[in-house]
Write a protein that binds this ligand. Structure first.
Ligand code: SAH
Length: 466
């Protein structure tokens, strides 16, 4: 940032402008919004400038600027549209140690005048360091449309109401009060007049004093594997109503977009072997927002109760006396099984299903390997991408058949999903070659339906030939 934006107090200060043409007019239109003492030096001023002088809005001298005009000035503008004259003025200003702006000459200027959105006392200044005036204008246009014209008036009346607003507890409720006033009831009332605005402030205050009684609540919501259509209706409703959404890294943008526009969306990312938000921080976040009376959605991928540290978060809320509930979701193993057309349990094959994690907080996770290695057993392995070699070794060591099918389903239920059918004996190599970049779940003991039926057909054929 070469140019640092500041708001300069120019009330009753001298601003000197040299020039009387279009460039001078453009700058004067802005400067006349201030309470500065404006002195214009122009041998041939435009009629508008003469008129402003007649109205005593500025002082006009019909001559070129001299050194004596600059002493004591806060700012000097060189707006002569004449390179030599502008250079002369700028030189004098620099010598006198006064900040100077040469219109349309970035290099010669000590400061720039930004594009301004004026809702006095709310002022937005936009600058691009001269790089893209078009961009500054586009941003200005966008803000002009978005900020109600009445914002200035609302801000002035709002400022007077600040002491009364202190009846509201600090934090979310007070913020909600101000945003409801500035963006909903205030602009509406402004169409009627200042008295209606004052009435709107009173009405909002009472509505929000009542809202204070509403207790905070945290819903643990399973977001499913990532396809918005795999959300439950309850999950959708909870998102519709949430003030705050605290989500996992795995929850995709398409699902977060279903939250209200005003909702605060916070990522509490965790990554296996990677950077992550400490659990205590997540707990503290939930408690903080729950305490402020917010309706919080703690959005977890898949099912909130599967490898989601759900109970740690529940414990934290209960310790703080904050109400909570859980909305289940579709876990990755279910989505993956659906995708490969297989059942997670089957009569005569497996009447039990295990869900295990490849690694836990301590690293690679130990399991009941013997049970997992039994023929026919089916296991959903989560967070197992980096544990493939370890899993393979342990399972083979405990007697699993080397040909046991393992199907890796990456990004189940998402458009970029991929399926890797593998076997235990080559799982590690296959995973290295395939290198999934998205989340992947492994189904140990299940081959994709198609592959499984081809294998069964080959087996029957071989038997028939024997
Ligand atoms: N609560 C989640 C699991 C969170 S642990 C659930 O019930 O699904 C994170 C692990 O879940 C990932 O490492 C991956 O193994 C698995 N996972 C999550 N989303 C997945 C998806 N869309 N496809 C495949 N695996 C996924």
């Amino acid at each position: 940032m070469q140019h640092f934006p500041i708001f300069l107090d120019v009330a009753e200060k001298a601003i000197v402008l040299s020039g009387g043409g279009d460039a001078a007019l453009a700058k004067l239109r802005l400067l006349l919004k201030t309470n500065a003492q404006i002195h214009v030096l122009a041998p041939l001023p435009a009629p508008e400038i003469q008129a402003w002088a007649d109205e005593a809005r500025l002082t006009l001298s019909l001559r070129p600027l001299g050194t004596e005009d600059i002493s004591g000035a806060t700012l000097v503008y060189a707006a002569n549209e004449d390179t030599a004259e502008d250079a002369r003025v700028a030189g004098m200003a620099r010598e006198a140690g006064v900040l100077v702006n040469v219109v349309d000459n970035l290099e010669a200027s000590a400061f720039l005048t930004p594009a301004i959105v004026d809702r006095d006392p709310v002022t937005v200044a936009i600058g691009t360091e001269g790089a893209a005036p078009v961009l500054a204008r586009a941003i200005k246009r966008d803000l002009e449309e978005r900020l109600p014209q009445s914002l200035g008036l609302l801000a002035r009346l709002g400022k007077r109401f600040r002491a009364q607003a202190e009846a509201l507890p600090m934090g979310r409720i007070r913020r909600d009060f101000w945003s409801a006033f500035y963006f909903r009831s205030g602009p509406r009332a402004a169409q009627t007049g200042p008295e209606a605005i004052e009435a709107a402030l009173e009405a909002e205050l009472h509505a929000h004093l009542d809202a204070e009684a509403r207790p905070g609540h945290v819903s643990f919501v399973g977001a499913g594997p990532g396809d918005p259509e795999l959300l439950t209706l309850k999950a959708r409703r909870a998102l519709d109503e949430a003030d705050v959404v605290v989500h996992d890294r795995l929850v995709p943008a398409e699902i977060l977009e279903l939250a209200r526009r005003e909702a605060v969306i916070l990522e509490a990312g965790k990554e296996g072997f990677g950077p992550s938000t400490p659990q205590e921080r997540i707990n503290a976040l939930l408690v903080e927002h729950g305490r402020s009376g917010a309706q919080v959605v703690r959005l977890k991928s898949g099912d909130a109760a599967v490898f989601g540290r759900l109970e740690e978060e529940i414990d934290a809320l209960e310790a703080a006396g904050i109400a909570h509930s859980t909305i289940p979701g579709i876990t990755a193993a279910s989505a993956a099984a659906a995708q490969i057309g297989r059942s997670l349990t089957a009569r005569g094959r497996n009447s039990e299903l295990r869900l295990i994690t490849g690694h836990d907080v301590e690293g690679l996770a130990e399991q009941d390997w013997q049970a997992l290695a039994r023929p026919g057993a089916v296991t959903g392995i989560y967070m197992g991408k980096r544990a493939a070699r370890f899993l393979q070794g342990r399972l083979l060591m405990h007697g699993a058949h080397p040909d046991t099918p393992v199907t890796v389903v990456e990004s189940a239920g998402r458009p970029d999903t991929r399926v890797l059918p593998s076997r235990l004996c080559r799982l590690a190599e296959d995973m290295t070659a395939y290198a999934p970049s998205g989340p992947a779940v492994m189904l140990l003991g299940l081959a994709p339906r198609e592959a499984a039926s081809v294998a069964a057909r080959i087996e029957t054929m071989l038997k028939e030939h024997a």
